[in-house]
Design a protein around this ligand. Structure first.
Ligand SMILES: C[S@@+](CC[C@H](N)C(=O)[O-])C[C@H]1O[C@@H](n2cnc3c(N)ncnc32)[C@H](O)[C@@H]1O
Length: 490
């Protein structure tokens, strides 16, 4: 982060603006709106200042300021519209106690001014750290159209009732939940539809009820959420919303760091990752922990890679919850097979190739899983294999032994839908050797079927490679960075 994001209180404080044009007028207006006593230093003022001049908190000084002039000022914007003049003023002011901002010169700024979406008292500030004001403006435009103007009213309404609620409900967690219920329920709707009197009455009733209920032992809930294959952009809106509500997050090894970071900042994070031979936390203990945390009244986010019900043992975890009458909800995620197929340009079904797709796991409790081979070698279907890398040789041989063509196309997608995705494409008879040569470490999805041939035409992801992306064709350079080995955690 280039700058510390803070909102500065300037009510009743002196602030200077140097310049008499449109840019200076905009800054003066923002300062005045925040309650600052604004002094504008400029030889003359353009028309944009006309309305501002009428304000009682506004003063015009017809000269360039010196350091002494800024004595007692909290901050100063320099925006004359002339780069040379700005630099000259900055040189004259250097060493002043006031925080200084020079327009379009991040190198001369003590602070930068973000783009804002103003729904007073709700204010959203957007900054790119000076890297791209255009991008900040684009994001601002999007937010302007997606945050209703009435949200300001809602923020003010909640602000007015905070003290009353704090006096009635001691527990900050109970207060947070109370507000969440209000925001997601009819009271917020009343405010947004301009019926504040009804909202005030309903809120007062809710506060009384909550204060009475707070003596009852709280019961939390568990959100079993699919985090997708690793790219935060592939999270669902619902996953994100639940992540923002959680008090505690239990996550696996396959859940990427950027995704864990999207959980509520204050949420406690507990790593419960496990791998085939080295179980960090046995499944039963994870289930017990979910129950214990929920009984403490916490909102528990159980984050699992991909989809929690796809080879993720999510069903077992919520069975434990059901046995203990803990409320839970399940949020699906994008499973590795569909993500890998999409990012490798291999459609899992296709009118000319496959009318069915079978998802199987390549490893069971004791090594290679016992699969129904007669089903897997059927024509016109695709087989997507999870956790198969460790048994690739046996899997490929078994396909052929059960009647599959040794030249049937097969692909391995390693670290699919991530910046370091690699794809190895071959056939059943070559794929194991190819994987060895490319030193794939997983996690991987193996795709078997004629749809793999479509990749030549449909591959799009490699056309936008990040520096880490490498086409993992046979003989490709072996990555030097240490990669995690294929694990069976989800
Ligand atoms: C225990 S399973 C969990 C599957 C997960 N619940 C899902 O829906 O994707 C773990 C396996 O998923 C596959 N996998 C997970 N993330 C992957 C990724 N980004 N790229 C390729 N395969 C992945 C690998 O086969 C890995 O061994």
């Amino acid at each position: 982060m280039q700058h510390l994001p803070v909102f500065l209180g300037v009510k009743g404080k002196r602030a200077a603006v140097v310049g008499g044009g449109a840019a200076a007028a905009r800054r003066s207006e923002t300062l005045a709106r925040a309650g600052a006593l604004v002094t504008v230093f400029a030889a003359r003022l353009d028309d944009e200042f006309r309305d501002l001049l009428a304000g009682a908190t506004f003063e015009h000084v017809a000269k360039e300021p010196t350091r002494a002039d800024l004595e007692g000022f909290a901050l100063c914007y320099v925006a004359t519209g002339d780069g040379e003049a700005d630099a000259r003023v900055f040189a004259a002011l250097r060493g002043a106690r006031a925080l200084i901002n020079v327009a379009d010169r991040p190198d001369l700024c003590d602070f930068i001014a973000p783009s804002i979406v103003d729904r007073d008292p709700l204010v959203v500030a957007i900054s790119t750290g000076g890297a791209s004001p255009m991008l900040a403006r684009l994001i601002k435009a999007r937010l302007e159209s997606s945050i209703p103007a009435a949200y300001g009213r809602l923020a003010a309404f909640m602000g007015r009732s905070r003290a009353l609620l704090a006096a009635k409900l001691d527990d900050p967690r109970a207060r947070r939940r109370f507000w969440e219920r209000v925001l997601e329920g009819p009271i917020a709707e009343m405010v947004l539809s301009d019926n504040e009197a009804a909202a005030e009455a309903a809120l007062a009733g809710e506060i009384e009820r909550a204060a009475g209920a707070s003596e009852i032992a709280p019961i939390g809930e568990v959100y079993l959420v699919g985090a997708g294959p690793g790219d935060p952009d592939l999270l669902t809106f619902r996953a994100l919303r639940l992540m923002q509500k959680a008090d505690v997050v239990l996550y696996d090894r396959l859940v990427s760091r950027p995704i864990v970071d999207l959980a509520r900042r204050e949420a406690e994070r507990i790593y419960v990752g496990k791998r085939r031979a080295d179980h960090a936390l046995p499944q039963q203990e994870i289930g017990d922990m979910l129950v214990r945390l929920a009984r403490e009244g916490k909102r528990v986010l159980r984050l699992k890679g991909g989809d929690p019900f796809m080879f993720g043992r999510g069903g077992e975890e919520i069975e434990t919850l059901a046995d203990h009458n803990i409320p839970f909800q399940v949020c699906p995620g994008i499973t590795a097979a569909t993500a890998c197929a999409a990012y490798a340009g291999i459609p899992l079904t296709h009118r000319d190739h496959a009318q069915a797709c079978v998802f199987v796991t390549g490893s069971g409790r004791n090594g290679l899983v016992d699969l129904d081979w007669a089903t897997l070698v059927r024509p016109n279907q695709t087989v997507a294999i999870y956790m198969g890398l460790g048994h690739l040789e046996e899997l490929a041989q078994a396909f052929v032994a059960h009647g599959a063509d040794p030249d049937l196309p097969a692909a391995i997608v390693d670290n699919g839908a991530r910046a370091n995705q690699r794809v190895v494409v071959g056939a059943l008879r070559t794929i194991a050797a190819q994987a060895r040569a490319a030193a794939l470490r997983g996690p991987t999805i193996i795709i078997v079927g004629t749809v793999v041939a479509l990749r030549d035409k449909l591959n799009w992801y490699a056309k936008f490679p990040s520096p880490a992306v490498e086409e993992g064709v046979f003989g490709a350079e072996i990555r030097r960075e240490v990669q995690p080995t294929e694990r069976d955690d989800g």
